[in-house]
Design a protein around this ligand. Structure first.
Ligand code: HAM
Length: 420
């Protein structure tokens, strides 16, 4: 127990941490290209924020939240997603008073009590963006374009971008009535979850994986066929802009998303290489959420989040290798006590000049020091003993070519700066 991390969590060891660094930096880079700035919100929030923000009828709020009472008897929840916290911060920091839209990005751990499987953990990580303050379809297209560009830049050109419109309160209400009538007539043949969803959030029935329900719901009406004119125009514009950018997408009317806040555009980016948990990225518009969380009226929002674990799994399954930048510029092998002592000053000079340098700390033999240097992937190695110190001359060995050059030990920083 003591030596095992909690179920659904994973260590990120140096063997993989460089891959995380790479994708984190890439995401930052792409966000900057689109004018997004970073926001960092707390890991935990008041439980009510998610109840109100994510929605009482969602699986996330009903079953999956890590909720506890703190010592001051407040109900606290570890964030199950990034949107609610970002919107809360947008309101609290009065970002709506600045020139709009507000473009935010984040990289955050999230927590959901789910059954762990490949690509599904209890602590997982999201990269996300949120744009607040524009209800125009051009922002929808830009948000999708950012996600697509990020995936392309890490080498994933084979993901499927699926978009849908889940309507606005006006057309959704009408559609829900049609849907409810349809579902009422089928309630005998639907599973318990579908019957529950039918009452609280009928559109979620479309997400049911039960094969019997699927068969019985083959002719279910879809939101997209019942959009009001405003939603229809909005969705048509989003598609026009995506087409203009040459972004491949398909309209998938089965996308309903699992969180309650979505209105109009909803989208998912799918990987066909990682098994059942194939949605790498999900997002959409959430007009109304700012007001619902206590902010000003009429501030629209749209964003997405992508799962970093699923992203890395997709990269791995596509054989896309991320180069490990780890490399020691120079390894200093020593012979004898005097050289051991002198090596500290040399190391200090090198490191202060931003040349990565290392030495042995286990009193290894010279042969073992060279082996260790290989393991560290050092670009150069020098050996210092009494002679080298006395003559101020060392042989600089290029580890990739095995070529050796005599240089002055006192000029090692200058020599390496020229070569690296
Ligand atoms: P979501 O679809 O719940 O949306 O999650 C976004 C992504 O997080 C998923 O597509 C998936 O890659 C990853 N993910 C979710 N749960 C897990 C898990 N248990 N283990 C591993 N990865 C997971 C949201 O969270 C919305 N806040 C997205 C959004 C932002 N919509 C608008 N703005």
């Amino acid at each position: 127990m003591l030596t095992k991390a909690p179920r659904g969590t994973k260590d990120i060891t140096p063997k993989d941490a460089y891959k995380w660094n790479y994708v984190e930096n890439k995401f930052r880079e792409v966000c900057a290209l689109f004018g997004y700035e970073e926001i960092r919100t707390p890991i935990f929030e008041h439980t009510e924020l998610f109840q109100r923000g994510v929605g009482e009828t969602t699986d996330v709020v009903q079953k999956e939240m890590y909720t506890f009472e703190d010592k001051g008897n407040r109900s606290i929840t570890l964030k199950p997603e990034g949107t609610a916290g970002a919107v809360r911060a947008f309101i609290e920091n009065k970002m709506y008073a600045d020139t709009q839209p507000t473009k935010l990005f984040y990289q955050t751990p999230c927590f959901r009590y789910e059954r762990p499987q490949a690509g599904r953990q209890r602590q997982f990580h999201q990269f996300g963006i949120e744009t607040l303050g524009s209800d125009k379809p051009s922002i929808d297209a830009e948000v999708i374009a950012l996600a697509v560009q990020f995936f392309n830049e890490v080498g994933l050109n084979n993901l499927e971008t699926c978009i849908n419109s889940v309507g606005c309160p006006t057309c959704r209400e009408k559609y829900n009535n049609i849907l409810k009538d349809y579902l009422d007539a089928k309630s005998d043949v639907l599973c318990e979850t579908c019957n529950e969803r039918k009452e609280k959030n009928p559109m979620r029935v479309i997400d049911c994986k039960n094969p019997v329900c699927k068969e019985n719901l083959a002719d279910i009406p879809y939101m997209i066929d019942h959009l009001c004119d405003d939603c229809k125009d909005h969705f048509a514009k989003v598609q026009e802009y995506l087409t203009e950018m040459g972004i491949n997408f398909k309209v998938d009317k089965t996308i309903v998303r699992g969180l309650d806040y979505y209105k109009k555009t909803a989208f998912e980016i799918i990987s066909n290489d990682i098994g059942a948990q194939s949605t790498v990225c999900g997002g959409g518009r959430y007009d109304g959420l700012v007001e619902q969380l206590g902010g000003p009226k009429g501030v629209s929002g749209i964003g997405f989040a992508l799962g970093v674990e699923r992203l890395l799994l997709t990269l791995e399954n596509n054989n896309i290798e991320i180069e490990n930048p780890k490399a020691t510029d120079i390894f200093i092998a020593t012979i004898g006590e005097n050289a051991q002592t002198k090596s500290f000053k040399i190391l200090k000079d090198l490191r202060e000049n931003h040349i990565s340098a290392d030495k042995d700390h286990l009193d290894r033999s010279l042969k073992a020091q060279f082996k260790y240097s290989d393991k560290l992937n050092a670009k150069y190695t020098i050996v210092i003993g009494d002679d080298e110190l006395a003559n101020d001359e060392v042989k600089l060995k290029d580890m990739s070519t095995s070529e050796q050059t005599s240089i002055k030990l006192s000029e090692i920083v200058k020599e390496l700066k020229n070569r690296l």
